[in-house]
Design a protein around this ligand. Structure first.
Ligand code: 5GP
Length: 140
């Protein structure tokens, strides 16, 4: 699949657009979702330019999953969540709205997240900044 290097997450990776960052390493970046489906909704993205799960080499995916696990543990701790929801949409037909691979991490339950529409309502930036700080603290 052709990768559009002008997509929003590519711009965030290049520092051309801001984000509420929670984690970064050589292979991945994690930041707050701007239209969250639960408080603490975080996105983990690879630096590798993949559109969907099917477009990333296995070694890059392994690195991304290790980061996702690390971030999920911090999100769970920061929000004292009993459980974590992890989801990933591959392809516009599946509902993917940003064409750069990402995992959604939510300190929530399937029932709760279904009460807030996907990518629908902008969150207050100050609130996102506070949540990001909480997750960064949990990462240690
Ligand atoms: P998708 O629909 O591709 O699985 O998820 C894209 C996610 O990115 C949505 O949950 C949406 O709220 C979020 N999003 C869209 N634009 C931006 C943005 O500019 N910044 C951030 N931080 N999140 C975004």
């Amino acid at each position: 699949m052709n990768y559009d290097n002008q997509n929003i997450f590519a711009k965030i990776l290049r520092g051309e657009l801001p984000c509420q960052k929670v984690y970064e390493d050589d292979h991945s970046l994690a930041f707050m979702d701007i239209m969250p489906q639960a408080d603490g909704h975080t996105l983990v993205i690879p630096k590798y330019p993949a559109v969907t799960l099917l477009d990333i080499p296995a070694d890059q995916l392994a690195a991304l999953m290790a980061s996702t696990q690390k971030v999920a543990a911090a999100v769970k701790k920061a929000f004292a969540a009993p459980g974590i929801v992890l989801f990933q949409l591959s392809g516009a037909e599946a509902g993917q709205t940003v064409p750069h691979l990402h995992f959604h991490v939510l300190p929530s339950s399937l029932r709760t997240l279904m009460t807030r529409a996907h990518a629908a309502q902008m969150e207050d930036q100050a609130k996102l900044a506070e949540f990001a700080a909480r997750i960064r603290a949990a990462l240690g």
